[in-house]
Every structure is written in structure tokens, then in C-alpha cells.
Write a protein that binds this ligand. Structure first.
Ligand SMILES: NC(=O)C1=CN([C@@H]2O[C@H](COP(=O)(O)OP(=O)(O)OC[C@H]3O[C@@H](n4cnc5c(N)ncnc54)[C@H](O)[C@@H]3O)[C@@H](O)[C@H]2O)C=CC1
Ligand SMILES: CC(=O)C(=O)O
Ligand SMILES: [Mg+2]
Length: 369
């Protein structure tokens, strides 16, 4: 099979879908790998690294899309990329279709077989291809939140860890999954006072256990969140209902009860966001204010640390990429129902229930033979 990896074109996105290690494995499995010129540079991989791994470097994205059976990327295809996709081609990348009707329409219209990293599941009930980027975004969240809290950025002027005689920042993390756990860990490490809310009691028990009293856990309800908002300096939105649009848990009216200059940092923005006042922002222009509250809503946070993020993502995607290339998508998905859970569109059919519910489109099962 021919596997193609174009340069990411989303603003300030420096990750790349294939590492040289992954390219080498694919070549060792008998596949041909095409990589666009300089696709890996932002993550610190040169064209020479890819040619040493056995890949062929080609000049344009057009050529990658035209010649490849399997396209491996990082971010959802942008409109210019969607114009090159076609039926019979497999796209393996993040899609986040639930809040994105334009992308959904284009993927259905072109007939591409699109497998979304974020809806691939595992036997433990996790999301193995979302997890590495959630770890990165979660660890970045307090770092970006601390920056947004600085006065020059519109923030309250609160130092995360405080100093002797002055208390630390109050950090509230909504959703104690992968993002939330890693955000809590770094925020606590910075010396902040951390509270994590979740709707899953087993998850709260786990967090209570692993943090050994260094953070507070609270069952997530509207009342509990309202009380915490009054005190919060930084609120991290880290809720996920897999595949679905994020529930809105903080409404515009709630901003009035918050401290002026507090920060809402919506990691869940890629699924629509958990604050009513959120809208996606970019690394170039990451923050905006609503009613005196700073919002940070970058939809591709790991793009800020492309070296770490590319290697972490490549480690997780490689076995699935090889299964798709070795067996073809039908056999790979038949053999592994968790990979089949990643299938979002095929030959004009929407195949993911949660995306279908979010968009009012009936989800259908693909023909597997
Ligand atoms: N902006 C970015 O660059 C990135 C965004 N993300 C996004 O971050 C979000 C979280 O991802 P993960 O942590 O991997 O998901 P996860 O599935 O590990 O965790 C989500 C948690 O939310 C909890 N939850 C559900 N409803 C809740 C409610 N009403 N109140 C409180 N908690 C609730 C769940 O019980 C679960 O523990 C996703 O939308 C993901 O796409 C992930 C990586 C990068
Ligand atoms: C998960 C995601 O959207 C990202 O890593 O950009
Ligand atoms: Mg996105």
C-alpha cells in the first residue's frame, strides 16, 4: 500500500502525522511511504531523516493526496485538503466531527473512508489515540493558564503557587479524565490549590487515591460548580462525552460571579467546548475576554510542543497505521472492533452514532465484506 503524509496546514500546527520511525516500520512491512517536503521540520525531523528511513520525499500536498491509498495526518483536514480526498482512500487523523458540520458534509460528499483518532477505543474503555495528546494538553493547561493569569495578558495577576504569606491560585478542573488528571498534576506541582470535578465516582476514587490528599475531588453538579466558580482563578474545561459535542457547563450568566481577570481555559474546545462563551482560538491569537474573564481556547494545544507531541502521537498511532496498511481498513476493522469505533465516514455514510446525534444525521453501519 502507498501511505502519504502531507505537511499540516492548520495555523501554527507543527506536528507531523508520521515520524521517521513509523515511516521505517511501514517500509519494513513492504509499504511505500510518501512524505511532503519539510513536513517534519517543525517537529525536528528533516527530509534526510525520512529518506534514511526509506520514505520518498515529494514536493506538494496535491501529489501526496493524489497518489496515496492511506493518508496519515494530525489535524482534521482543512477545506483545501478536503478538496483532494476521494472515495476508496483512507484518511487516518483527528476529525472532531461532532461540532463541525462543514467538514462532515465534505467528508460525506467525497466518499473518503475516514477513521478518527479520537473515537478509536480500547478494551479498558479508554481512547488510546486521544490519550497521548490529552496528556500533552493536560500538562500544558496550567502552564498556559499561568501565562493567561499574568496582568499583561488581561489576567488577575495571580501567581499559581503564591509566595510565603500569600496564598496560591485556586484551580478548578472540570473533568478528571486524561486531560484533567495531567492538568491537576502539573497545577498541584506548581503549588496551586486544585479541585477536580467529575461525574464518575470510580474516577474520583482513583484521583483521590493517586494524589494522596494533594488535590480535592468533588462530584460534578451545577451547584458544586457554581460555588467553586466564585473562588476560582483558573478553570480548566476537560469534559468529554466520546464523539459527542461537549455539554456546556458554564454559561455566560455565571461569568458575573467569577473574580475579574480569572481564566477559563477550554481544552474541550475541539469537541465544542464546555463554556458557553468559548470559541476556538489559535496559538497566534490564543486569548480573548468576555465580561472581564480571560478565555484560552486553542483547539490544537499540543501543536505548541510539536516535538514531544509528534513522538507521543506516533508511538500510539503506529500499530493501527500498520494494521490499516497491512490488512486494508475492512479487515483491520473486522479484526479489531476498537479500530472500527474510529470509523466516522465511509462511501458517503456517516458511521459514528455520537457524531450522527450531534448533527441530526442517521448513522449507518458500513458494508464490511
Ligand atoms: N484542545 C486541545 O488541544 C486538546 C483537546 N482535547 C480534548 O479534551 C477533552 C478531554 O479529553 P480526555 O481527558 O482525553 O477525555 P476523558 O474521556 O479521559 O475524560 C473526560 C472526563 O469527563 C468526565 N465528565 C463527563 N461529563 C462530565 C461532567 N458533566 N462534569 C464533569 N466531568 C464530566 C468523564 O467522566 C471523564 O472522566 C476532549 O474533548 C478532547 O478532545 C484533548 C487533547 C488536546
Ligand atoms: C486532540 C487534538 O485535537 C489535538 O491534539 O490537536
Ligand atoms: Mg480541532
Amino acid at each position: 500500500m502507498r501511505i502519504g503524509c502531507p505537511t499540516e496546514i492548520k495555523p501554527q500546527e507543527y506536528r507531523v502525522g508520521l515520524t521517521p520511525n513509523a515511516a521505517r516500520e511501514a517500509v519494513d512491512h513492504g509499504h511505500e511511504v510518501l512524505i511532503q517536503t519539510d513536513a517534519g521540520l517543525g517537529a525536528g525531523f528533516t527530509d534526510a531523516d525520512y529518506t534514511a528511513a526509506g520514505a520518498a520525499v515529494v514536493d506538494t500536498a496535491e501529489e501526496i493526496f493524489a497518489r496515496s491509498d492511506l493518508i496519515v495526518k494530525v489535524k482534521e483536514p482543512q477545506a483545501a485538503e478536503r478538496a483532494h480526498l476521494r472515495e476508496g482512500q483512507v484518511l487516518f487523523t483527528y476529525l472532531h466531527l461532532a461540532p463541525d458540520p462543514d467538514q462532515t458534509r465534505d467528508l460525506l460528499a467525497c466518499g473518503v473512508t475516514a477513521i478518527a483518532y479520537e473515537t478509536v477505543t480500547d478494551a479498558a474503555g479508554g481512547l488510546p489515540l486521544l490519550a497521548p495528546m490529552s496528556e500533552v494538553a493536560g500538562r500544558l493547561a496550567p502552564q498556559m493558564g499561568a501565562w493567561a493569569l499574568q496582568k499583561a495578558n488581561g489576567g488577575r495577576g495571580t501567581l499559581m503557587g503564591g509566595v510565603p504569606g500569600v496564598g496560591p491560585a485556586e484551580v478548578v478542573v472540570i473533568g478528571g479524565g486524561v486531560v484533567g488528571t495531567h492538568a491537576a498534576r502539573v497545577a498541584a506541582g506548581m503549588g496551586a490549590d486544585v479541585t477536580v470535578l467529575d461525574r464518575s465516582l470510580p474516577r474520583l476514587r482513583y484521583l483521590d487515591d493517586v494524589f494522596g490528599g494533594r488535590i480535592r475531588t468533588v462530584y460534578s453538579s451545577g451547584g458544586a460548580l457554581a460555588r467553586l466558580l466564585d473562588q476560582a482563578d483558573l478553570v480548566v474545561g476537560a469534559v468529554l462525552i466520546p464523539g459527542a459535542e461537549t455539554p456546556r457547563l458554564v454559561h455566560r450568566a455565571d461569568l458575573a460571579r467569577m473574580k475579574s481577570g480569572a481564566v477559563l481555559l477550554d481544552v474541550a474546545i475541539d469537541q465544542g467546548g464546555c463554556f458557553e462563551t468559548s470559541h476556538p482560538t489559535t496559538h497566534e491569537d490564543p486569548i480573548f475576554a468576555v465580561d472581564g474573564i480571560v478565555h484560552y481556547c486553542v483547539a490544537n494545544m499540543p501543536g505548541a510542543v510539536p516535538r514531544t507531541a509528534t513522538i507521543a502521537l506516533g508511538n500510539a498511532t503506529m500499530p493501527y497505521m500498520l494494521a490499516l496498511a497491512d490488512k486494508g481498513w475492512r479487515q483491520a476493522c473486522t479484526d479489531d472492533p476498537h479500530l472500527l469505533a474510529g470509523l466516522n465516514t465511509h462511501a458517503g455514510l456517516l458511521t459514528n452514532d455520537a457524531v450522527g446525534r450531534a448533527q441530526g444525521i442517521e448513522a449507518r453501519s458500513p458494508r464490511m465484506t
